[in-house]
Design a protein around this ligand. Structure first.
Ligand code: NAD
Length: 260
């Protein structure tokens, strides 16, 4: 077991990619805080882990709320003693041409992705430094951390921003054995993507099948979606790595979309 007795605080872990990471970490022996806006689904995911013999709690959090983030990280420490791994994963998508975004939509998207990453980092890194056992901070970026697509101005902006945050945290955390990295998935079939297929079809004047084939998977080597299991394996690599040799990096997992 690669993460035996490690404690992981995973945001957005009630659904999709975050949930798959939480379940994967639990199978490797980690104790998990499922931190999500949707507390019922968070409790259900935590119960799923416990039924499989693992340890997990559901904690309610809006990652854009300073107090809720601090309280939910404190609840995790109270339950499990510390936090060794942060996965800052909670996210949403809103698609429009740039001129059609309301200021409120722009700010909401940046707040969830960037303010959420900052607030959870601040709360967890304090605890990691206090405990003195190092740590791993993982941000959920995207291929959109590296390149742009139409209709996604705030998302692309936020996902690029996470790379800057990760590099800074990697430098500040290095002397304490705290690493920071970014995972950059291609398209993964989760509720976040299922919602945008009809929206993009309407905005681009394409069928839904063509949005998948000609927009989402066009640049992949094999026309395949990335899976939540693929992303969870990369999250395990970053969480379980044993030294500062792997820090400040961003790794694309996308069936070859955007090769570097
Ligand atoms: P999802 O919709 O399945 O899950 C997102 C989770 O985040 C939900 O459980 C939701 O309740 C939670 N959440 C939303 N706002 C929150 C808030 N303010 N506070 C706390 N929790 C909140 O989406 P997903 O596809 O699993 O996305 C997870 C992450 O992966 C996001 O950051 C997304 O940008 C990123 N990502 C997704 C894909 C993809 O194709 N699905 C690709 C690249 C990156």
């Amino acid at each position: 077991m690669q993460l035996r007795d490690k404690v992981a605080y995973v945001t957005g872990a009630a659904s999709g990619i975050g949930k798959a990471i939480a379940l994967r970490y639990a199978r490797e022996g980690a104790k998990i805080a499922i931190a999500d806006l949707n507390i019922d689904a968070a409790e259900a995911a935590a119960a799923e882990i416990r039924h499989a013999g693992g340890q997990a709690i559901g904690v309610a959090v809006d990652v854009t709320d300073e107090v809720q983030v601090d309280v939910s990280v404190a609840a995790t420490v109270q339950a499990f003693g510390t936090v060794d791994i942060l996965v800052s994963n909670a996210g949403i998508q809103i698609v429009h041409p740039v001129e059609d975004f309301t200021y409120a939509e722009w700010k909401k998207l940046l707040a969830i992705h960037l303010d959420g990453a900052f607030l959870t980092t601040r709360a967890c890194i304090k605890q990691m430094k206090k405990a003195g056992n190092g740590g791993s901070i993982i941000y959920m970026g995207s291929v959109h951390s590296k390149e742009a697509s139409v209709l996604k101005a705030p998302y692309v902006t936020a996902k690029h921003g996470l790379i800057g945050l990760a590099k800074t945290v990697a430098k500040e955390g290095g002397p304490h054995g705290i690493r920071a990295n970014v995972i950059c998935p291609g398209f993964v079939r989760t509720p976040l993507v299922d919602k945008q297929i009809p929206e993009q079809a309407q905005a681009l004047g394409l069928s839904e099948a063509d949005v998948i084939k000609k927009v989402m998977l066009k640049e992949t080597v094999d026309g395949e979606f990335t899976t939540v299991a693929d992303v969870a394996e990369v999250a395990l690599l970053f969480a379980g790595f044993q030294s500062n040799a792997l820090t400040g990096q961003s790794l694309i997992v996308s069936h070859g979309w955007n090769m570097q």
